[in-house]
Design a protein around this ligand. Sequence first.
Ligand SMILES: [Zn+2]
Length: 110
Amino acid sequence: MDDKYDLVELDVERTVGIKVTFADNYSAEIDLMTLRLICPCAMCRSLREKGKAAWPQSEGSQKLSIRDAQFHGSWGVNITWSDGHNTGIYTFQFLRENAESHLNSGLDRP
Ligand SMILES: [Zn+2]
């Protein structure tokens, strides 16, 4: 596997987000909300296709946090959210690409 897409370290800050470190020493933080909004599962994908946000899914949803995050095989990360949602598997490549694009777009933020 390309070092760039080889996740070697995953730090979970349950109420903040995750920090990912790759084999080429690139590391980045991805915040909770970004992570949830890019959830790659079929359900969230179809919500996005309809122009709806993947979060919140209902009125009065509890505050978003990560309940658990586990490596899924050697290629992905499975995150369980505070509302029980856990069908998204974030591949290392997906996390890397999002970390990079998020950092770039972050430059425009106030
Ligand atoms: Zn999802």
